[in-house]
Design a protein around this ligand. Structure first.
Ligand SMILES: Cc1ncc(COP(=O)(O)O)c(C=O)c1O
Length: 396
């Protein structure tokens, strides 16, 4: 009998009861705008920022409307101007080059390795082309952050970390988002905490924190923040920093606070599922497992494998056969962008030169979401299906 998986790859867990109660409390009092507080009240958004800063060991935190908004705000805060070049990953999701384009800057794409991380040799060769690197930890893969930071520090390149897929991850025990000047996170439904939409930005730099806060639309109400620098820092920047509204609201902040308290447990659950799938895929002929470095603590909210040097027709055949058995795989090698999947040469608003080494890898990247609604038995079944279909096409 041919096994089929009937679960959903896009179904997240329900919002925890405690978060639902907190959201109802906000709805009942009606003060959803973050600065709409009664005397003595701190407000959910300010509390969220205070708690996330403490959780990450950061001095400052700002909650905003999306991860992409956090990235664009970080670029504005570090002073990126129209026409500036910004280094970024060739392998990432569209909101990353999109954030660069949103400030009329120009992405300079850096290649991807078989570990699915930024190619540090390519980066080294391009470091003199920009003063900012927007480093995307795409699909939760952390590069050798020691080497990267050493190179960027030596070249005077500011690192902004896109931690949309690494909230809760760490490199050599240091939480992801804490190595660069600014760390940006997404709280969108498919990420590690779910408020529908939302973003968080952390930094230890008082001026960057003040600028980001003004940019997000604090008006002159910045003293209502609990994880922002003192008023003296705002005095220095407030007349020269525009308001580009993108605040978070108290409803979403209320939903997020209990989820963040539970993040470590969720990370363990994701990794149980990840390792179960990885175990089932290991040894499949023609399929390359992406090995994870020992220094990396990751969050297995998605899994990737490589079908390296396969023809597009055969990769497509695997995707089609798995889909027919209920297993939704995404492929980064398609000629056309589709769904969430696109690549550096799909973003035609930005100039790029061909990157043959990266193209070979992109052509082989197969990606799958691992929602927490999957049981370990689901993971075993999914791995069996992928294994069978990859083997069948490989041997045909
Ligand atoms: C790698 C990466 N960076 C940034 C973002 C932007 O996050 P948001 O959707 O919250 O704007 C996403 C979202 O899909 C992402 O996948």
């Amino acid at each position: 009998m041919t096994e089929t998986f009937t679960g959903s790859f896009t179904q997240q867990e329900p919002i925890p009861e405690e978060a639902v109660e907190a959201a109802l409390a906000v709805l009942r009092h009606g003060r959803l705008h973050r600065y709409n507080v009664v005397p003595g009240e701190l407000g959910e958004t300010a509390l969220l920022e205070q708690e996330f800063a403490a959780q990450m060991g950061a001095k400052y935190c700002l909650a905003v409307s999306s991860g992409g908004y956090a990235l664009a705000t970080a670029l504005r805060a570090v002073g990126i101007k129209p026409g500036d070049q910004v280094l970024t990953n060739a392998f990432t999701l569209a909101p990353v080059p999109g954030s660069i384009a949103s400030v009329n800057a120009r992405p300079v794409f850096v290649g991807v390795t078989e570990d699915l991380t930024i190619d540090l040799d390519d980066l080294e060769a391009k470091l003199d082309q920009a003063r900012v690197l927007m480093l995307s930890h795409m699909r939760g893969h952390l590069c050798d952050m020691d080497r990267l930071m050493k190179m960027c520090d030596a070249a005077g390149v500011i690192v902004i970390e896109d931690c949309a897929h690494t909230m809760g991850a760490a490199w050599r025990g240091q939480l992801s988002g804490r190595q660069g000047a600014i760390g940006c996170y997404s709280c969108q439904t498919y990420k590690h905490v779910n408020s529908g939409e939302g973003g968080l930005l952390i930094t230890d730099d008082e001026e960057l924190a003040a600028k980001a806060t003004m940019l997000s639309g604090s008006y002159m109400l910045y003293e209502r923040h609990l994880a922002a620098p003192g008023p003296d820092v705002f005095e220095r920047i407030k007349y020269n920093t525009p308001n580009v509204s993108g605040r978070m609201d108290n409803l979403r902040a209320a939903i997020l606070r209990p989820q963040l308290r539970d993040l470590n447990r969720q990370v363990e659950r994701w990794n149980e599922r990840y390792f179960e799938i990885e175990k089932g895929l290991r040894g499949t002929p023609g399929l390359t497992i992406v090995e994870r470095p020992e220094a990396e603590t990751f969050v297995g909210s998605s899994i990737q494998f490589l079908l390296l040097d396969w023809s597009p027709e055969r990769v497509n055949e695997v995707i089609k056969r798995c889909a027919a058995r209920g297993v939704e795989l995404k492929w980064f090698g398609g000629a056309e962008p589709s769904g969430f999947t696109s690549r550096y040469d799909s973003w035609r608003y930005a100039d790029s030169s061909p990157m043959p080494k990266s193209d070979r890898i992109l052509a082989g990247i197969v990606d799958m979401r691992v929602p927490l609604t999957f049981s370990l038995e689901d993971c075993d079944l999914i791995a069996r299906i992928i294994r069978a279909e990859v083997s069948a096409v490989y041997q045909s």
